[in-house]
Design a protein around this ligand. Structure first.
Ligand SMILES: *Cc1c(COP(=O)(O)O)cnc(C)c1O
Length: 375
């Protein structure tokens, strides 16, 4: 029997990553043992880093990608602890849980910051962003999440990035839950640094995260205060420049999986992949409406990747029970991240199709009937 003939149970993950993957990506991890300090492995990482730039249309001469071993939050940590110069501030444009995570990183490192908090049900207000920048000329970095995965809201990063630049700051965007799904062009979108993890839009495995950003700014950060030994952007960049390797042990198998996932990404194509995720998202909305359930966020500002669904108003409803019913049948639904409303989330990440969603709603309906939540 060959590796490719192995049958692996297929689960449809409707959580916001790690996402459902192809078997070819799963099996790409089964390779002969290799020491990652071999030239062969550095060669693989070189190709991978260059492909990552292509995903976000970053020019090779001015941008670079730096790999890290860790989950997506490591990127938030690294960008914030590495890119704020002495005596300067970071402005976090905060409309939800993932931007709040960035604020928490600032607090943990005692980095001067402004937490520009706004409603989690809306996009940030650009006038407020501009006013804050005008009043605080010591802001060196503006930070905003592209897609607030907690609610499903897509933030206007191109406009926020333009404002940052207008006021002499750099712009860092957490694109973890959009990169590889919603087309992104770092130059046109005014993004100096973006980031993601292999297990989300690229549909690979967890353990590999990466930051894509401007080389000149990374080089300038050499003289900024160092706040972490393991998680420093300049040090990892410099190590890659000198040796082509990660400073410390890379997630070897995840790197093989990501290389295969990128191959499949370019085969599917940016536009076709975006259209597929969008069709899956529309199918989710259709299924929710047919069950008489309600969503929380105005569809006009949704990313098309996450739908926050209100709990049905029925005392028989238990997220856990419904989750378990679906889980046992191969479908994973995910709790919400909105503290003021009880919600669960259905997401269109991963290698899933409209047919998967239609089959899922047959199961969800059965679950709701089984527990007497709907008739
Ligand atoms: C998933 C995600 C992260 C990273 O979460 P980890 O659990 O650390 O992988 C960061 N930002 C956003 C917007 C995300 O969706």
């Amino acid at each position: 029997m060959e590796l490719k003939d192995i049958k692996i149970k297929r689960n449809v993950l409707l959580n916001p990553g790690p996402a459902t993957t192809t078997d070819s990506v799963k099996l790409a991890q089964v390779v002969p043992d290799i020491c990652p300090r071999e030239k062969e492995f550095a060669g693989l990482m070189k190709g991978l880093r260059s492909d990552l730039l292509k995903v976000v249309h970053a020019p090779e001469d001015t941008y670079t990608s730096v790999l890290f071993c860790g989950s997506g939050t490591i990127n938030i940590d690294i960008c914030i602890n590495s890119l704020v110069p002495e005596g300067k501030k970071i402005l976090v444009v905060n409309n939800g849980a993932y931007n709040t995570r960035a604020v928490e990183v600032c607090e943990m490192y005692h980095i001067p910051h402004i937490n520009l908090k706004s409603s989690i049900y809306e996009q940030p207000n650009l006038e407020d962003v501009e006013k804050t920048l005008k009043e605080n000329p010591d802001v060196a970095v503006v930070y905003c999440c592209h897609h607030e995965t907690g609610t499903g809201i897509l933030n206007p990063i191109r406009e926020i990035g333009a404002l940052a630049h207008q006021y002499g700051a750099i712009f860092v965007s957490d694109t973890t839950s959009t990169l590889g799904m919603i087309p992104l062009d770092v130059v046109k979108d005014n993004v100096d640094f973006c980031m993601a993890s292999a297990q989300k839009g690229l549909m690979a495995m967890s353990g590999l995260s990466f930051i894509i950003g401007r080389k000149d700014l990374i080089e300038a950060s050499k003289n900024y205060p160092t706040r972490s030994y393991y998680c420093n952007l300049y040090l990892q960049y410099e190590y890659f420049e000198k040796t082509g390797e990660m400073h410390f042990t890379p997630p070897v198998q995840t790197i093989y999986a990501t290389i295969q996932a990128l191959k499949e990404y370019f085969e599917e194509g940016e536009v076709a992949k975006f259209a597929r995720h969008h069709a899956v998202y529309e199918a989710i909305h259709k299924g929710i409406a047919e069950l008489g359930l309600e969503t929380v966020i105005d569809k006009k500002i949704e990313s098309g990747l996450v739908v926050s669904v209100k709990y049905p108003e029925n005392t028989n409803f238990s997220f856990e029970k419904v989750h378990n019913y679906c889980y046992e049948r191969g479908y994973t639904i995910y709790p919400g991240k909105i503290s003021t409303t009880n919600t669960f989330r259905l997401c269109s990440l991963g290698t899933i199709t409209v047919e998967d969603i239609e089959s899922f709603f047959v199961v969800l309906k059965a679950a709701l009937e089984y527990y007497n939540i709907i008739k």
